[in-house]
Write a protein that binds this ligand. Structure first.
Ligand SMILES: Cc1cc2nc3c(=O)[nH]c(=O)nc-3n(C[C@H](O)[C@H](O)[C@H](O)COP(=O)(O)OP(=O)(O)OC[C@H]3O[C@@H](n4cnc5c(N)ncnc54)[C@H](O)[C@@H]3O)c2cc1C
Length: 472
């Protein structure tokens, strides 16, 4: 029996798959296996693909076997940690999925404030271990997200203005390159590769483990959301513009133009109605946070004020229920240097045109510690931007999803004249031509040189792909 690989021209032989199965300590899941449908599912419900095999790796040796197998069979390769890729890069039709989600080892060194973390961890698992010692590093707004794809793309979250991007706290990484070798990258060992891993995504190999600098955080912080009626969006946007100017680095905040979910913490009469939500986290003493974040709560007549002292891990998981897996999702993002009056007019108009109660417009305050890292230090670009704009089109399933994608694209296009250029690769729902814009030409060229060195045949191409010279 042979399995057709629709992603490339190859056919995977039964015998060779059996050899792979025997070679690994983890599990090989193929069509027909009782766990196949669960194993092939990814977080974004808009993605539905059927790989020829999913290799659930138990360790580095399995990753090496899987990479060597994929290369020898000329197979399309998807690499997976937390499965949250928006364009669905962590799965494929017909090829092989190298799934590290079972690799969840983590060792915290409380004295050195560092952590060695395997690539299959999610942020909730990572935080659980690190917070046992009152430590953390910048993780996602949704704690089910995987640390791997997240860190490699940059990593923005509630600690970003205090501690920098996630990749700014990366000290080293182990990765299996396209030739099956295990390579260590840090500031002193393979420094150029280390530069590329901090923002360049999964282009250079399969990272098996990350070493992070941790920071003292919490365990209790002043944090949470404050909900206002959505018809006050113009006023709230203007307030947010003023409020964010001159905020200390400890404060990371965002504004979310959304629809009130039918959640028990919101009054029933507001369910399904537009809400402008101000969210904040103060990574410092609670009393200080209360003072700094107070203006977010003092605009009068909040629909609900859920801000208060809260364990950091609870804040990390606070929004999880609103972002379940299986929902159809599309993100379109960029940066803003300012929230001008004209931009506010556009945002308010587009917010009014949002027709799915699950869709949202996020404006996240950037800067702080992110802007204190020299731009040339990492592949991640656009550190000087003031805000991240993320337009999110979502529906519970496929019904109406296309409309929300069109809305998100239209909203972003209308905002484009007010953006400052560039985009964040982890928020790109398409492997599109904005990649060079995301990095800028000079960084892109540097990434191509790295790709030429570590993956000249583009084995790892299911990512925001930096095309090697030979394949260009
Ligand atoms: C609900 C949701 C919330 C999000 N919130 C945030 C947020 O707050 N901040 C933010 O910065 N981003 C956020 N993102 C975007 C997120 O950073 C990316 O989706 C990221 O790729 C997720 O990583 P993952 O490991 O879960 O994804 P996966 O789908 O497992 O992997 C995504 C890609 O990363 C690469 N990759 C994964 N693992 C490895 C590995 N071990 N070695 C090499 N390459 C690898 C591969 O190219 C893979 O296709 C969010 C996404 C979602 C869906």
């Amino acid at each position: 029996m042979a399995i057709q690989d629709s992603g490339t021209h190859t056919v995977v032989g039964e015998a060779s798959l059996q050899e792979l199965e025997e070679a690994i300590r983890g599990e090989l899941i193929r069509p027909g296996h009782p766990a196949y449908d669960e194993a092939r599912a990814v977080w974004n419900g808009a993605i539905d693909k059927r790989p020829a095999a999913i290799v659930r790796c138990a360790g580095v040796a399995d990753v090496r076997h899987a990479v060597e197998f994929a290369r020898s069979q000329d197979l399309l390769v998807a690499v997976r940690g937390g499965k949250h890729s928006l364009p669905g890069f962590s799965t494929c039709d017909g090829g092989i999925v190298i799934d590290l989600s079972g690799m969840k080892g983590m060792r915290v060194d409380p004295a050195a404030r560092t952590a060695q973390a395997e690539a299959g961890l999610t942020w909730s698992e990572f935080d659980h271990e690190a917070q046992a010692f009152g430590l953390a590093t910048t993780g996602g707004l949704i704690s089910t997200t995987g640390i791997a794809g997240f860190t490699l793309g940059g990593g923005i979250g509630w600690l970003m203005r205090a501690c920098g991007l996630t990749c700014d706290s990366l000290l080293s990484a182990d990765l299996v390159t396209a030739d099956g070798e295990l390579v260590h990258a840090s500031k002193s060992e393979n420094p150029e590769l280390f530069w590329g891993l901090r923002g360049g995504g999964g282009n250079f190999g399969v990272v098996t483990s990350f070493e992070y600098q941790l920071h003292q955080v919490g365990p209790v912080l002043m944090a949470g959301p404050v909900f206002y009626s959505g018809d006050r969006a113009p006023e709230i946007l203007r307030f947010y513009r003023e409020f964010t100017a001159g905020l200390p680095n400890e404060a990371t905040t965002m504004l979310n133009l959304a629809t009130a979910p039918p959640a028990p913490f919101l009054p029933e009469e507001i369910h399904g109605k537009p809400v402008a939500v101000l969210l904040g986290v103060y990574a410092g003493p609670v009393a200080e946070g209360e003072r700094v974040l107070a203006p977010l709560r003092e605009l009068g007549d909040p629909v609900a004020d859920l801000m208060g002292p809260i364990p950091y891990v609870a804040m990390q998981g606070l929004l999880d229920a609103l972002y379940p897996s299986g929902v159809s999702n599309y993100f379109k993002a960029g940066y803003l240097n300012e929230i001008s009056d004209q931009a506010i007019d556009v945002l308010v108009e587009q917010y009014g045109a949002m027709s799915s109660p699950m869709s949202e417009i996020h404006v996240q305050h950037f800067g702080g510690a992110i802007s204190e890292v020299a731009d040339e230090d990492t592949a991640f670009a656009n550190r000087g931007a003031e805000f991240v704009l993320n337009v999110i089109g979502r529906t519970p399933d496929a019904a109406g999803f296309e409309d929300q994608v069109n809305w998100a694209r239209g909203c972003y296009s209308a905002m484009e004249p007010h953006t400052s250029g560039g985009t964040y690769t982890n928020f790109m729902s398409e492997g599109d031509d904005r990649l060079k814009e995301a990095y800028g030409q000079a960084k892109y060229d540097r990434l191509v040189a790295l790709k030429d060195h570590y993956d000249p045949t583009n084995l790892f191409r299911l990512n925001q792909n930096v095309t090697p010279s030979a394949a260009a």
